[in-house]
Design a protein around this ligand. Structure first.
Ligand SMILES: NC(=O)c1ccc[n+]([C@@H]2O[C@H](COP(=O)([O-])OP(=O)(O)OC[C@H]3O[C@@H](n4cnc5c(N)ncnc54)[C@H](OP(=O)(O)O)[C@@H]3O)[C@@H](O)[C@H]2O)c1
Length: 250
């Protein structure tokens, strides 16, 4: 009898959880989920899940060899570009079929006032001209880009508090995990008299309501553009990733 094909799914977002759950129901495949472990409360309902970095490209190659991985799916966050590059390089070096699941970015619609910038550093340079009260909805990893803006006030939302001794811009921290809803996002922007929203163009539905609320309230959004992806096969939805996997069934 043919052995099960071993699939490594690099995850960290809701889509990767759904893909992992679906993929594990396909006969003939054995799925392993991998998380960076960015939050203490990483959602690890799927077993087996491994947590933490591999140790760069060479560590990932070692892992793929040791675990006899046959197929690699990169279903990480669109801004997690380092692991995506490592995955592409390691898979190519070991001749392992590799797929990227990349959810589409948000598109600017009528009524949106977006200023599209390439990084948090650039976002920080434009904020003083835009508003004094900012909704900084970028998570906790890149707050340092804004700490010098001591004349501004920031409402910062993240899943978990920043690590101890991290310097944080002036303002208030909210710890919450999405999905978020339009009515609450509208109230939040109004309650804190927000003049500008800063967001990564993460795509997906879970965090989009803040963009809709900003549109409704005519609040400008500084939208951080996605980093570029490595070359390779890509799909934009979970069903297509499952179909890709099925092509490798015996
Ligand atoms: N990673 C996530 O789960 C996640 C979720 C939501 C948002 N984001 C956003 O993405 C941006 C970059 O985040 P990041 O630093 O986590 O990503 P990254 O810059 O691509 O990754 C940094 C390192 O973390 C490890 N890593 C990342 N994802 C991994 C996975 N699924 N399994 C095992 N190791 C993994 C790798 O370490 P080694 O080199 O040691 O292998 C990688 O080189 C931030 O803006 C962040 O807010 C990330």
């Amino acid at each position: 009898m043919a052995r099960h094909k071993r699939v490594l799914i690099l995850g960290g977002i809701g889509d990767s959880r759904k893909l992992t759950a679906l993929a594990s129901t396909i006969p003939g495949f054995q799925v392993i989920n991998s998380l960076a472990g960015r939050t203490c409360q990483s959602i690890m309902t799927f077993k087996p899940t491994r947590v933490g970095g591999f140790g760069g490209v060479s560590g990932l190659k070692d892992y793929l060899r040791e675990q006899k991985i046959d197929l690699l799916i990169d279903a990480t966050h669109p801004f997690a570009s380092q692991i995506s590059c490592h995955a592409a390089i390691a898979a190519s070096a070991l001749n392992i079929p590799h797929l990227m699941l990349v959810r589409p970015g948000w598109k600017k619609l009528e009524g949106d006032h977006w200023l599209e910038v390439e990084s948090n550093e650039v976002a920080a340079t434009v904020l003083p001209e835009l508003a004094s009260r900012i909704f900084l909805s970028i998570g906790r990893q890149e707050l340092a880009s804004y700490t010098h803006l001591t004349d501004l006030w920031f409402l910062m939302r993240m899943i978990e508090l920043p690590q101890p001794y991290t310097s944080v811009p002036p303002g208030k921290i909210l710890t919450e995990r999405g999905p978020f809803y339009l009515g609450e996002e509208r109230s939040l922007l109004q309650k804190y008299e927000i003049g500008t929203v800063v967001s990564k163009n993460s795509g997906g539905d879970a965090t989009y309501p803040k963009i809709v609320a900003a549109r409704e309230l005519s609040i400008p959004v500084v939208m951080i553009q996605r980093p570029s992806l490595p070359e390779g096969e890509q799909v934009s939805d979970i069903e297509s990733a499952v179909s890709w996997l099925r092509n490798y069934s015996d």
